[in-house]
Design a protein around this ligand. Structure first.
Ligand code: HEM
Length: 365
């Protein structure tokens, strides 16, 4: 693509940057970011990537131009449907119907049962944070959507590919999806939980969008709570979670598809191109954050850079499950009065979402 920098790759061939993207996307993004605030990647289709607050605002606040349908995220069958692929102008009323169900106030009545459910899942004194976090999030989603009545093994099997390396999350799984749809319909007919108040597709999308994102955040938050015990306190856990999401945003890359040609600040985005924003790059931008690589939750006691902190995205498509995720994360952290790191590797490992390389062994009381 003319005029924009691009990292080293094979831009003349069909594969372009695909081999590097598949192998080490964070290194590729970081190399691109060093070349300019907007750069391009050849991913079988041209992608324009930016990470400045002005770029984030452009991409996230014009739903008519930057569509979700056909974006990178919708390459996985797990995220292809429901509100995610509803476009403007239908998206707004669609969200307005869903938002009240996921609002902070709507979740209050659910808090005590969540606490109880997670108490029952308290791990042994020595435990691996990633595995326990996955269990916690499955049980939390099961409780909210189905009052805990969805068969746990079926839920675990349905969600497992989301945490596996590529191509597992991209493969069609018609049989597995059909089994899950059948079970969801059965529970909907019984009037169970939030599922009974939602269309079937929204239930599947909520489970998929809420699972690995929240589980990976919880694993990292537990690890950092152990490494920085001064921040692990009921009144400080929310700052700890915010800082965890700054350094390790599970949705490290967000994507759209350009519905028309756009010219912006000298950058030409062709119609049909993928348009990417990167919470990972924005959250480590040295112009926005002092000592960006240092874990310091105190930075969230001050003002945040507008369009510079977006672990849950931004604009009208801001994460539907944001309050739910925070509630699960805070409740899980509050189960422990003390955590100690034993052995682990918290380096981010990219897949469909960003996960800790792991394992993360902890001792907890
Ligand atoms: C820490 C946990 C979570 C993180 C980091 C996260 C992150 C995100 C991000 C970055 C987006 C915006 C994607 C984009 O527009 O480019 C998003 C959207 C979304 N999230 Fe989450 N999410 C989390 C938990 C959840 C949970 C628990 C649910 C369950 C309901 C959920 C459901 C959704 C849905 C349905 C959307 C699409 C909204 C729309 O298109 O209008 N997420 N999430």
């Amino acid at each position: 693509m003319k005029g924009l920098p691009q990292p080293r790759g094979y831009p003349w061939g069909f594969f372009g940057h695909l081999p590097r993207w598949a192998g080490a996307p964070l290194a590729l993004l970081e190399e691109g970011a060093r070349l300019g605030e907007v750069f391009t990647l050849g991913l079988g289709r041209w992608a324009v990537v930016g990470y400045s607050p002005a770029w984030n605002r452009l991409v996230l606040s014009d739903l008519e131009t930057f569509c979700s349908t056909g974006s990178l995220a919708t390459l996985t069958p797990y995220l292809r449907g429901g509100v995610i692929t509803t476009e403007a102008p239908e998206h707004k009323p669609h969200r307005q119907a869903l938002d009240p169900l996921f609002h902070r106030r709507a979740l209050v009545g659910w808090q005590a049962r969540l606490q109880e459910t997670l108490e029952a899942l308290r791990p042994p004194e020595t435990f691996e944070a990633g595995a326990w976090a996955s269990q916690v999030v499955q049980a939390s989603l099961n409780l909210l959507y189905f009052e805990g009545r969805f068969p746990p093994a079926l839920l675990a099997r349905f969600l497992a590919p989301l945490q596996q390396p590529f191509p597992a999350p991209l493969l069609p799984r018609p049989l597995g999806f059909a089994r899950v749809r059948h079970e969801v319909r059965r529970l909907q007919r019984l009037g169970v939980g939030l599922a009974a108040r939602l269309p079937l597709e929204e239930v599947l999308i909520g489970l998929a969008a809420g699972y690995d994102t929240t589980a990976h955040t919880l694993a990292w938050a537990l690890w950092h709570a152990a490494c920085y015990p001064q921040w692990h306190h009921p009144q400080r856990n929310s700052l700890l979670i915010q800082e965890t999401l700054r350094l390790y945003p599970p949705g490290f890359i967000g994507s759209r598809r350009a519905a028309r040609r756009v010219e912006w600040a000298g950058v030409v985005i062709p119609k049909g191109a993928w348009v990417l924003y990167s919470p990972y790059l924005t959250h480590r931008h040295p112009d926005l954050w002092s000592q960006p690589l240092v874990f310091d939750p105190s930075r969230f006691e001050g003002r945040l850079p507008a369009w510079g902190y977006l672990p849950f995205g931004g604009g009208e498509r801001t994460c539907l499950g944001m309050h739910l995720a925070r509630l699960v994360l805070e409740t899980a952290l509050s189960l422990f009065s003390q955590l100690e790191p034993l052995k682990g590797d918290p380096t981010p490992r990219p897949g469909l979402t960003l996960a800790p390389q792991g394992p993360l062994w902890l001792r907890g009381r």
